[in-house]
Write a protein that binds this ligand. Structure first.
Ligand SMILES: Nc1ncnc2c1ncn2[C@@H]1O[C@H](COP(=O)(O)OP(=O)(O)OP(=O)(O)O)[C@@H](O)[C@H]1O
Ligand SMILES: [Mg+2]
Length: 261
């Protein structure tokens, strides 16, 4: 009999994270245990300040843990970051206003060796812009785009290095509901096509249950796992419509868990 060993995409055990503040350390996450399977879509909700962004920052190697262990694709976050296998999409699109759409998408290349790189990647960038629905806008500047279009540029930029793990921190939080719904569907289609592991923070409960195979509910003070709502069985045959009984029930469970956070 052969044993199959699957390395978790994300594994955190007894993870403590905090920030240095005057007079000591502000403890944000405490004793957090989390395993995310390769290719999983995990959404994260929790009260403001509970440590959702902090968790993503640890995984992206932007904040070091105080204690416990954390691995991404079986390696310390710094290793995976250096290999550019993990990408981050922030809440505000963080585009450089003096660069065009094309130049913003090419930004991750700017830290690599210069030379013919932009030309070499031109086809790739065009394909990404098509994928996120920005055909014909490559030469515009961020100030000439709508909020939804700017977020698409940020997503295209994150996808340029073909990350195996995509960390998204309230990427659609500032958008109107119709644009958000459309981008949700585009993101799901992209996830199905690429098999990327996605961790997606949101304050919208419907968005959390619609996108996530599991929904992680974090409690605050200190940040810790309150509940993991599992939607995998309901979604085995594809996306559930937003009004489907499985999602309505999951929303009630997430809401009830949030009330105790
Ligand atoms: N650089 C920092 N230095 C000190 N404290 C910080 C720092 N960054 C965040 N914090 C604090 O850590 C806690 C968790 O912050 P974090 O940004 O992870 O929360 P969050 O769950 O993402 O909240 P929100 O839903 O409002 O985005 C908060 O109390 C915040 O004030
Ligand atoms: Mg946050």
């Amino acid at each position: 009999m052969t044993e199959t060993i699957t390395t978790a995409a994300i594994a955190a055990h007894r993870l403590d994270v905090g920030y240095p503040v005057r007079g000591g350390t502000l403890r944000v996450l405490e004793g957090l245990d989390l395993d995310v399977a390769p290719g999983e879509f995990l959404t994260i909700v929790g009260p403001s300040g509970c440590g959702k962004s902090t968790l993503l920052r640890v995984l992206a190697d932007l904040v070091p843990p105080l204690a416990g262990s954390v691995t991404v694709l079986g390696e310390p976050p710094a290793v995976v970051r250096a290999r550019r296998e993990v990408a981050f999409v922030f809440q505000d699109a963080t585009l450089l206003p003096w660069r065009t759409v094309r130049e913003n998408v090419a930004l991750p290349l700017a830290v690599g060796p210069r030379g013919a790189r932009d030309a070499a990647h031109a086809g790739e960038i065009d394909a990404l812009l098509t994928m996120v629905g920005l055909d014909g806008l490559a030469d515009r500047y961020p100030s000439q785009l709508s909020g939804g279009q700017r977020q698409r540029v940020a997503i295209a930029r994150a996808l340029l290095c073909k990350p195996r793990v995509l960390l998204m921190d309230e990427p659609f939080g500032a958008l109107d509901e119709i644009t958000r719904d459309r981008l949700n569907d585009e993101l799901l289609a992209l996830w199905r096509r690429t098999g990327t592991t996605i961790l997606f923070v949101t304050h919208a409960i419907l968005e959390a249950v619609y996108l996530g195979e599991r929904v992680l509910v974090l409690a605050a003070n200190p940040g810790r796992v309150r509940e993991l709502v599992d939607l995998r069985a309901a979604k085995e045959r594809g996306t559930c419509p937003r009004e489907s009984p499985a999602l309505v029930e999951a929303m009630a469970r997430v809401r009830a868990a949030l009330e105790t956070c």
